[in-house]
Design a protein around this ligand. Sequence first.
Ligand code: AMP
Length: 364
Amino acid sequence: MTETLGIVGGGQLGRMLALAAARLDVRVVVLDPTPNAPAAQVSNEQIVAAYDDVSALADLASRCDAITYEFENVPAAGLEALESGGKLRPGRAALAVSQDRLTEKNFFVSVGLDPAPFRQADSHADIVAAASELHQGRSDGEVIVKTRRLGYDGKGQARVTVDQLESPTAQDTEDLHEYLGGVPLVVEKLVPFDYEISVIGARGLDGSVALYDPARNTHEDGILATSTAPSGADGDVVVQARQATTDLLHGLDYVGVMGVEFFVNPDGSLVVNEFAPRVHNSGHWTEAACLCSQFEQHVRAVTGRPLGNPRRHSNAEMRNLLGDPLPTATDMTSQGDWMVHLYGKGEARPGRKMGHATRLTGPA
Ligand code: AMP
């Protein structure tokens, strides 16, 4: 049985993984460039080093029985050092697929899932051609243009119509490729969905799968605002979402927890948006409403333990606390029915995730 777990990244996800690991008597070593990072505050040790510091990553690997990460943009240089001992979970294939939106969408198609119709684009002319093709020339058709790499929380994206692209009036539409940094892009057809859900799924070393109930998510300014379970989706939608998540877990020969985001269309069909090869913000409610949280589940999976029971014992609503959360958090704490979780981040900045709170809203 594994006794020391290494976590690359010391933010709030690492912190919640470390807390769950402590309950299983698993030691944690965190690697993060910032001393006393949120996860390091609750871990046994921290290696203060950059994510691409190959000798520090090799040091981490030598000290740990298993290595995981709390964010998917681990630089490729560092990965070699981590992969060599066969201790990295989830493995490199899952990371590689999730790091590039084009590879990710092609992978979805390869396992029989439906992403939004998409095209690759490497110039403004490509974007214009892709948008027009996706909408068969309809001038009011909308697309979302996204950077293939390093986008998160709605960053590195632009929403435009075919018309705006063909008759540009603003700096962004004149050369959208340059506006988005001149990097490789994907162009997606805008999906007129009804609502968004996500599924947190886990796969163990032995190939067993555990799925949490889908949650319904709302966003503000591109950042997750609330997650509610149950999602209120029809039984058929829930079955599809669970099956799609299972297909991804097996298709990637995955070990650990992943979060999969879906758009639900008015006719009940599903569009898969993206997956994250880690615990996910839309699964934070599981710490209050399930016997085994997503954090414990991930620690169980990557350390080779049997998966825990993902059953939801209560309905729940999770709200992110952004910017300076303390007045809200104090208010929620005084109300008594919110489970408040603060991340130990020193400095509050607008839009920064400082904590979250979960309220149990009735028996499951
Ligand atoms: P993403 O960074 O891909 O998760 O996108 C951020 C948010 O933008 C999503 O949660 C959706 O609300 C919206 N969005 C992204 N792609 C599409 C799409 N193809 N159609 C409609 N809305 C989208």
